[in-house]
Design a protein. Sequence first.
Length: 352
Amino acid sequence: MSSTSDSAPRRPLPSTVAAHLSGSAQSWHGKITPDGPFPPQKGRYHLYIGLFCPFAHRVNLVRHLKGLTELIDVSVVKPYPKGDETGWPGWQFPKTNDEYAGATVDRLFGSKCMHEVYFKADPEYKGRYSVPVLWDRETGTIVNNESAELLRDLQTAFNPLLPAEDARVTLYPEHLRQQIDEVSEWMQRELNTGVYKAGFAHSQEAYDKNVLPVFAALNKLEKMVAENGGPYILGDCLTELDIRAYATLIRFDTVYVQHFKCNLGTVRHDYPQLNNYLKHLYWNVEGFQETTDLKHIKENYTKSHHDINPQAITPRGPYPDVEEGYEPDLSRVPVGGVAMPEVLELEKQLHH
């Protein structure tokens, strides 16, 4: 996952590791531009992802939606193990492409662990060994490892090389940017990272405080989809909001309800509009199902967080992973939500 506020909370590296990592780089913020050090070229860039990670999922979705799969190849880490509680030695690659379905060897360097890739860019790197990572073959370094920046930049970076149909695709259209920015701010805070703040809470008080905003955000999104008429959050235009929402919603009933104790409600039972919305993206919009691997998602969370799930048993359900039967006429879909008074009060503070 990304290593900034765009990701789950992080813990510091152990002193035994940090002692020999004295570099200053914590993240890379390069952009692919025609006149910069990283010009758009087919086959020059390589993307490292984990199919379990919602933040890497966003970037991989843009790669598919923009028609970049032939321009940017990928390596996929295994969903577990992730290392000790501080993240060392980090995500691992399978020894062969057949070892764990969906994961791949490091197609560039044959690395065993993700930290080896980071050390190739900066031998004194002292941050987290997160995904996604965009690597440049020509200069031999990381271009960018911040998912929010890659989510935005990859929408335009390769337009000069793309057919006109793909070049026109944008998830950040000019006329919706203010709305996208406003909703993204609270969606990221209350929902996308909110599930982690609830799930990794170390006290009852912290959990009680952090689980409520998650459902306030879901309540708000439920109403927005209905009010705007779908099939997307802002109506008939697929935007970054849908990428951000999908990466969390597809994991919600599957993982966050039971594993992170976000169980004031479920998407499929309490949020008919969002459940219908999720069905549409998964079954009807090319790129969403193709980038979703529920086994990677389930096994990452349940087999990586030993303090939460010490026996590492992965639940079989819910079943089916994503229900079928999208209803395009949203007036026929009830508007749901969680009616807990504390949730409703927090919902009033969210704007769009």
